[in-house]
Design a protein around this ligand. Sequence first.
Ligand SMILES: C[S@@+](CC[C@H](N)C(=O)[O-])C[C@H]1O[C@@H](n2cnc3c(N)ncnc32)[C@H](O)[C@@H]1O
Length: 205
Amino acid sequence: MTSLESHWQNVYAARAPDQVTWFEPVPEVSLAMIKSSGAPANARIIDIGGGASNLVDHLLGLGYPRPTVLDVSAAALAKSEDRLGVRASEVDWIVADMLTFASTQTYDIWHDRAALHFLTAESDQQAYVRVLKSALKLGGSAILGTFAPDGPERCSGLPVVRRSAPDMASLLGSDFALQESQRHLHPTPAGNSQQFQFARLRRIA
Ligand SMILES: C[S@@+](CC[C@H](N)C(=O)[O-])C[C@H]1O[C@@H](n2cnc3c(N)ncnc32)[C@H](O)[C@@H]1O
């Protein structure tokens, strides 16, 4: 097991899904941006670094067919599968490092809340963009949420790269157009707050 995997396996083994700092009962900003992307009702959506997030429950509730959740932690995905019960079979679960993910299909929406920001090395950030481009349809949307420039410097004990919406647009490059951005003050289960930045970018080339 790599150190990346063991870090995240331990995190999810140690805490209930609703006790991690990033827990949100309803992923309001993510859902609003998926809606405003104008994606069709049959859109294929992948949640990158989805962990044990409730987003997939909402995607199923909204009728999106076979959403995909990818995470390096099998323990995180198992928690979501347990929560969903029989509906877990309607989801594609992928245990993988997002940097080496070789997608066998293309998606209408690439969603990532608080996974990208762990990539501190320039080479890893470039690898992330390559994987994103290999998996996202032309005309599809990347919805990214990271800590904002005035957000925390660490997440889950690890250093993060804090970004503005233009920073995210610059990372993805000229093949993407920034469509929407939103700051979000996330209340943690312990009663603190964390400043997030979300951006929605359309793939135009
Ligand atoms: C802060 S949590 C956010 C989880 C989820 N997106 C949410 O909003 O609740 C970060 C997640 O990214 C996953 N992760 C971190 N690095 C990853 C990588 N290289 N490949 C895949 N998943 C990764 C972790 O296992 C963890 O579930």
